[in-house]
Design a protein around this ligand. Structure first.
Ligand code: CA
Length: 473
């Protein structure tokens, strides 16, 4: 039986624009695999509008992985294509899977403008037109002169986009214009009437030419880098059926079951359930609601009701397709889980049965102004890899101190008991089905051992605002 899988988001928004991420990854891959990481989510590797400063979401050219002199440099923020290939190879050599961040909702930084009729629509309800059609000058023509047709000679023009929010003639920023006879794609997230449009020039997924080009690109990127999966940016803004067609196509060409997770940004499990149904269970989704619960608990000053920590979460609703995370490159900037709570939060995603957990780079390595939690994370990752298996017994029955046990399986025979509290410390009486056995706290937070009784139960302790992970000795 395979060990538990653990994803790491290997970047963050403010990572330095020094072109060193791919080289650093190649250097660290072996250590990460040894620590218990099994897969990496890499940032968008394609050339983007702001060149080496761009995190990658202002995507310009899908086929430029840091190979062509475009947007002011050959390399991307993270390095050159050669360095990217070497990093993926190093990750594979270490036994890590590699998932790429795929940005196909929009394109930015067009090569020149086009003049087309556009109809302004309401920002708050995109189905409502707020003025007559008029002539606008839009940045929608992409022919990538620096790449000159290498890998693909597809030229993008306004007919491949639904909408923009910039008119060069008037300099008006922020007004959303539907282009000529275009309609927004459906189904997409229903917020604001129709949330197809997010920003920049929005791809028209109703265009056969667009979908064919994206299929070609999908085959190319999998073949070129040998990657193992995808994280889809802005999934709620992309026609859901795109994912069905694209994933079926790319998986069939590759002959492999490539992993996929969508960034469907909502705390609402009902909406996520609908998305999963529409996409036929082809892809996982991030558990944003769990992030919000963890954030709220971390800012609750000990007053959060810990019996409700999994309320409304995707991991409770549909654990098989939930990617759980504590923070990501967006949330950590304004909406982060507080540092004192991070060990508890990571225990809550790493040591449980449900969900595919994702560790965030700065939580592990630290970053300017960010605390590294590597010491505790290494311990939790080791327990996840070696001991967090088998039947799970839950004890989320007290507003402060909660816990659970895992009873192990044939390949991982030791039991564990996790106790944590957002308030005062205490003990939780829990069943590990191991009579008269010693358990020690793998976090090192509490010394000594706890001995279970004849009945296989124990009183497992934790300190205030802390977590203890008791492993059978
Ligand atoms: Ca869109």
């Amino acid at each position: 039986m395979a060990n538990n899988a653990t994803l790491m988001q290997y970047f963050y928004w403010d990572y330095p624009a020094d072109g060193m991420l791919w080289n650093e990854l190649a250097h660290n891959a072996g250590d990460l695999a040894a620590a218990g990481i099994t897969a990496l989510w890499l940032p968008p590797p394609c050339k983007a509008e702001r060149g080496i400063q761009d995190v990658g979401y202002g995507i310009y050219d899908l086929f430029d992985l840091g190979e062509f002199d475009q947007k002011g440099a050959v390399r991307t923020k993270y390095g050159t294509r050669q360095e990217l290939e070497a990093a993926v190879q190093a990750a594979h050599t270490a036994g890590l899977q590699v998932y790429l961040d795929v940005v196909v909702n929009h394109k930015a930084g067009a090569d020149r403008t086009e003049v087309v009729m556009g109809t302004p629509v309401s920002h708050d309800n995109r189905n409502i037109e707020i003025g007559p059609p008029r002539e606008i000058e839009v940045w929608t023509y992409f022919n990538f002169p620096g790449r000159a047709g290498t890998y693909s000679d597809f030229v993008w023009n306004w007919q491949h986009f639904d909408a923009v929010d910039y008119d060069q003639r008037t300099g008006s920023v922020g007004t959303i214009y539907k282009l000529r006879d275009k309609q927004f794609d459906t189904p997409v997230d229903p917020e604001r009437g129709n949330f197809d449009y997010l920003l920049f020039a929005d791809l028209d997924m109703g265009s056969d030419e667009v979908r064919a080009e994206l299929n070609r690109w999908g085959d190319w990127i999998v073949q070129t880098l040998g990657i193992d999966g995808f994280r889809f940016d802005a999934a709620k803004h992309i026609r859901f059926f795109f994912f069905n067609e694209w994933l079926d196509h790319v998986r069939a060409t590759a002959g492999r079951d490539l992993f996929a997770v969508g960034e469907y940004w909502t705390p609402d499990a009902g909406t996520l359930g609908w998305f999963i149904e529409q996409t036929g269970r082809r892809m996982s989704v991030f558990d944003f609601r769990l992030h919000f619960n963890l954030r709220d608990a971390s800012h609750g000053g000990g007053s959060f009701d810990m019996t409700r920590i999994f309320d409304g979460t995707q991991v409770r609703q549909d654990p098989a397709l939930a990617v759980t995370f504590v923070d990501n490159h967006d949330s950590y900037r304004e909406d982060a889980v507080a540092d004192w709570f991070k060990p508890l939060a990571y225990a809550l995603i790493l040591l449980r049965e449900g969900g595919q957990p994702c560790v965030f780079y700065p939580d592990y390595y630290g970053a300017p102004g960010r605390t590294s939690h590597r010491q505790i994370l290494d311990r939790l990752l080791q327990v996840r890899r070696d001991h967090a298996y088998g039947q799970q017994n839950d004890y989320f029955d007290h507003p402060d101190v909660v816990g659970w046990t895992r009873l192990g399986d044939a390949d991982h025979p030791r039991a564990i008991a996790v106790a944590l509290s957002d308030g005062p410390g205490g003990a939780k009486r829990m069943n590990v089905n191991r009579p008269n056995r010693n358990f020690a706290d793998a976090t090192g937070n509490i010394g000594g051992v706890i001995i279970t009784g004849n009945d296989g139960w124990g009183d497992f302790r934790c300190n205030g605002g802390s977590v203890s992970v008791w492993v059978e000795q």
